[in-house]
Structures are given as structure tokens and as C-alpha cells.
Design a protein around this ligand. Structure first.
Ligand code: COI
Length: 355
């Protein structure tokens, strides 16, 4: 399938000060669109000026949330080139989400090629200030105009691009997280492992409660016993306990993060013992309280590596590692971002050059 390209007649001004980008507020001049119909399959792939969608109020995605999305980033290297980090993994995961949400799969190589063409058109939007990148949001939405509950027969796949700085306004500094003992994000057998908007909608109420109490994110426990750690707001979670790296095993209700997988792979490469298993929140807090060396950090495309300094669980407020960034967390942050920005060797073949 050939991708048609229609260029915008007028281009928006680029940000004057890249250090003030923030996250997800500004979008580039063009986007990628492609449609699905049962008799045509995925068709009409096109790069065209960024524009609003006109939608019938009865469009299915607006009512039943049949949609999936991804998040990945493009990085500008010191030499001025643009590269992606493990984009194949994102398009692969989006097809896992598609299957769970009854959305037709998309050819992964085709989607990556479309993204590379879009970024090439938008290359001047990729920022170069330290810590900035181009956040990429591929999304699929159900587009039938119908109010019965069933899978849609038509879909729109689109990709939008947003130059971004740090996800958390505090940058690479420890965040405070609040363990939800009342609400759960997902249960096994549901869609917790899919990147689908409903999982994020389900997290908003507890997120709001956490924010009102001065915490940045919610740490979710398992939906059955409410004992074992699952993930944090927009990130997977890791613990360093007595020199061992531990993260909750993927059990069906946890998002299989690409950054999560990269941290595990780097740990194995460096010879740091790393285990994926059930982790009780009590085990982590007790290790810290009993004076073991503990580090906690979140991982995600948007959040990168995000140190956790304080955990609130019920009435307990536990400070992790003196609320400072620990050496293991720092090493993952540095080495991962060095690979992503092309400052270091790419030992595991993760970099996909664009232009
Ligand atoms: C990402 O890290 O790319 C995410 O999708 C998290 C997000 C919901 C901001």
C-alpha cells in the first residue's frame, strides 16, 4: 500500500524555548491516518495536515471505549539524526491490545514504515534540548455509528506527534506515591494488559485522591487480595532489595512495558540478579523499615526511569532510601537514555534509525 502525502499549506511556529515543552500539549503539523472497512481491510493510508476529526455523536468509541493506543519516542542524536527506540515492540504490543479489544490487526512493518515517513516529514519538530524528545501516539478507534454493544466493523488508525520534555514537572527527582487500598486498576481476565483508554479512565478517581493528598501517582495492588504490587499510574515498577532487582511478573493485569522489558534485559546484560515474581507491598516496606538497602523506581516511555522517594500505604508513610535517587536507579536512567539518544553503544540492537 502506498502512503499518500499531502503537505500543510501553513506550518505552525516551532517552540521558541524547548526547555518549557512539558508533556503532550503541543502537536506537529501533520498526522498519519488509515481506515478499516470489512470489505477493504486497512486502506487509504495517508499523511496529511493535523486536523480535528468530525464525528457523529453516536460513534462507538465515544460510548464503549473500543480503542487502543501506544506511546513511543523519537530522539535527536548529537549529530542531528533522528532515531526510535524499539518501535517494533510497540507495534507488536498494539496488535496484542487490538486482539483483546476485537480490533483488526495492523501489519507491524507497514505501521513502522508509515511512522518513519511521518517523522521524516516532521523532522524539524524533533527537539534537541537536553531531556526532550518527540512523543509518538499511535491510536485505533472504533468508528461505526451505532449504539448496540458489539465490536465495531470500521476503524480509524492514526498517529500524532508531540515534542515533549519531562513527563513529571519535577524531572528526574523522587516522586511520592500512594498505595490504593480501596480501588483496583484491573483484574486478571480483564483488559489490564492492553493499552486501552478504559484502564486509564479507571485510574482517574484514585489518581485524583492521591493528588489531593500531595502524591504524584497511585501504586496499584492486585485486584483479588490487594496485597501484591501491580504497577504505578503510567509506569511499571521495580524494586532493588538487597542488591536484587525485582519487578511484578506479567500476570495478565499488568501492562507489558517496553521500558520494563529493556530494564530487565540491561540488568541481565550487566549481571544484576533480576527476578519477575509476585511482590507484596509489605515485603518492600518491611525491607526498608528493617534497614535493608532499598530503591524503588518506575519505568515507562513517557516517564523513562522515575525514582520513587516516598510510599504511603494506609497510615504508614515510608521514606525510600532517604528520598534520594539510588545508584542502581541512576545507572538505569543514564545508560538507557544514553542508548536512546545515541550517546552510547546499542548493545542489544534496539535503535531504529529514521533520518
Ligand atoms: C507512555 O509511557 O507512553 C504512556 O502511554 C503513559 C501515558 C499514559 C502518558
Amino acid at each position: 500500500m502506498e502512503i499518500t502525502i499531502t503537505k500543510a499549506k501553513e506550518l505552525k511556529p516551532k517552540p521558541a524555548d524547548e526547555s518549557k515543552l512539558g508533556f503532550g500539549k503541543l502537536f506537529t503539523d501533520h498526522m498519519f491516518n488509515m481506515d478499516y472497512a470489512p470489505d477493504e481491510g486497512w486502506h487509504n493510508p495517508r499523511i496529511e495536515p493535523y486536523a480535528s476529526f468530525q464525528m457523529d455523536p453516536a460513534t462507538m468509541v465515544l460510548h464503549y471505549g473500543q480503542a487502543i493506543f501506544e506511546g513511543l519516542k523519537g530522539y535527536r542524536t548529537e549529530a542531528g539524526h533522528i532515531q526510535l527506540f524499539r518501535p517494533q515492540e510497540n507495534f507488536h504490543r498494539s496488535n496484542s491490545s487490538n486482539r483483546l479489544l476485537c480490533i483488526p490487526e495492523i501489519d507491524e512493518k507497514f505501521a513502522l514504515n508509515a511512522l518513519k515517513q511521518l517523522i521524516t516529514v516532521e523532522k524539524d519538530w524533533v527537539p534537541s534540548a537536553p531531556g526532550t524528545s518527540l512523543y509518538i501516539r499511535p491510536t485505533v478507534i472504533a468508528t461505526d455509528v451505532f449504539l448496540g454493544v458489539r465490536a465495531s466493523s470500521t476503524y480509524r488508525f492514526f498517529i500524532i506527534l508531540s515534542p515533549v520534555g519531562a513527563y513529571y514537572p519535577g524531572g528526574f527527582n523522587p516522586v511520592k506515591i500512594w498505595v490504593s487500598t480501596r480501588h483496583v486498576r484491573a483484574v486478571r481476565g480483564g483488559v489490564g494488559e492492553a493499552k486501552t483508554p478504559g484502564n486509564y479512565a479507571a485510574s482517574l478517581h484514585a489518581g485524583d485522591q492521591a493528588q489531593k493528598r500531595g502524591y504524584t501517582q497511585v501504586l496499584w495492588l492486585d485486584g483479588v487480595e490487594q496485597k501484591y504490587v501491580e504497577e504505578v499510574g503510567s509506569m511499571n515498577i521495580f524494586f532493588v532489595i538487597g542488591g536484587e532487582l525485582v519487578t511484578p511478573a506479567l500476570n495478565g493485569s499488568i501492562l507489558p512495558g517496553v521500558t520494563r522489558d529493556s530494564v530487565i534485559a540491561l540488568a541481565r546484560l550487566w549481571g544484576i540478579p533480576c527476578t519477575e515474581r509476585r511482590v507484596a507491598i509489605r515485603e518492600v516496606l518491611d525491607a526498608q523499615i528493617q534497614g535493608q538497602s532499598v530503591e524503588v523506581f518506575g519505568t515507562g516511555t513517557a516517564a523513562v526511569i522515575s525514582p520513587v522517594g516516598i510510599i504511603k500505604f494506609g497510615n504508614e508513610v515510608v521514606e525510600i532510601g532517604d528520598n534520594e535517587v539510588g545508584p542502581v536507579t541512576e545507572r538505569f536512567y543514564k545508560e538507557l537514555t544514553d542508548i536512546q539518544y545515541g550517546r552510547a553503544e546499542d548493545p542489544l540492537g534496539w535503535i531504529e534509525p529514521v533520518c
